[in-house]
Design a protein around this ligand. Structure first.
Ligand code: AMP
Length: 303
């Protein structure tokens, strides 16, 4: 089992969905990623919070395989984000993004984290993602997430980081924007030409498409009667995906396929409640059962 280093946002989220409304709950891309990945391997978190992030909030990380030596606490307010969802869980409106202490954030990788073999660069400015890579010693494997904002606003820097990344994990809209292609098959080829040998495209409730040099692997989303809160599903997917790879001895095609299902299983569990609630209370059995549900969903007899 190899440890995973991750760098990204820890936040106070407010969300409104057709199932209800929650405010100032702990969220952030690196939080969802870390909690999900910690079910599979040891996680090393590098992020920043303000002095309003107290003992109660820190409890989301407690008792898990998450090393907080890289979590900076600085004066000021923690990053805040609010999103609102309508009936379609795949589309949301961002009501506000208050960067707060995140605005001045410069990732400092503690000495003890620098030899991390696996790195997940969560959604932050590509220049900061590059700073992270400059501080780590030749990781075996680097995965990256990004978002529309950076694809549009910092594309040159993003393309520089992509040259040093093995796997990119993005959603369908971002894949289309980054590649300029509406076909996800063409988009995945173009993105692979930018550097990563593997592209994993998250399609919300429609599942995941993974592409590499040799072909494709796809899974549908698990049919779920009620998606309570889709926030963080993408980061949770990445946590299960990268976590499984880190817990495996090799990165064979079969292991990557299992990783897609681990990611999908974690994301499908996460959306069943608001924020981190469901993710914080999982047992290994819950995860195994969900993995099995994916197998059932996609298995059929030969003609
Ligand atoms: P997802 O639903 O996977 O896109 O992730 C949602 C999470 O990303 C929320 O918990 C937010 O706090 C966090 N988030 C939203 N916008 C940003 C941003 N610009 N930079 C970093 N994290 C963000």
């Amino acid at each position: 089992m190899r440890p995973v280093l991750t760098v990204g946002s820890v936040a106070f989220d407010s969300v409104k969905t057709p199932c209800g409304e929650m405010s100032r709950i702990v969220g952030g891309a690196a939080t969802f990623f870390s909690v999900a990945a910690s079910y599979f391997t040891n996680v090393r978190l590098v992020a920043v919070v303000g002095d309003d992030f107290g003992e109660a909030e820190m409890k989301v990380f407690g008792g898990r395989k998450i090393d907080l030596a890289g979590l900076q606490r600085v004066p000021g307010e923690t990053f805040r984000w609010k999103g609102e969802y309508g009936d379609d869980p795949n589309s949301r409106e961002t009501i506000y993004t208050h960067l707060n202490v995140f605005e001045e954030f410069r990732p400092h990788i503690p000495e003890t984290f620098r030899a991390s073999p696996i790195v997940f660069l969560a959604n932050i400015h590509p220049a900061l993602q590059l700073e992270v890579l400059e501080q780590v010693q030749e990781p075996e494997f680097v995965a990256l997430d990004t978002m529309n904002y950076w694809i549009e606003g910092a594309q040159d820097e993003l393309k520089t980081v992509l040259q040093r990344v093995d796997v990119v994990v993005i959603n369908d809209e971002e894949a289309r924007l980054l590649s300029g292609e509406s076909s996800l098959v063409k988009a995945s080829r173009i993105i692979r030409q930018m550097g990563p040998s593997r592209v994993v495209i998250k399609r919300g409730e429609h599942g995941v498409l993974m592409a590499d040099r040799d072909g494709y692997f796809a899974t549908p989303g698990l049919p779920i009667e009620e998606v309570v809160d889709p926030t963080g599903a993408g980061d949770t997917f990445a946590g299960g995906f990268v976590g499984h790879l880190a817990s495996s001895e090799t990165f064979t095609d079969d292991v990557c396929r299992q990783a897609v299902i681990c990611g999908s299983a974690m994301a499908s569990l996460s959306v069943e409640d608001f924020g981190l609630s469901r993710l914080l209370s999982l047992s290994d059995k819950d995860i195994r059962r969900r993995f099995e549900a994916f197998k059932q969903l996609t298995s059929f007899e030969q003609l």
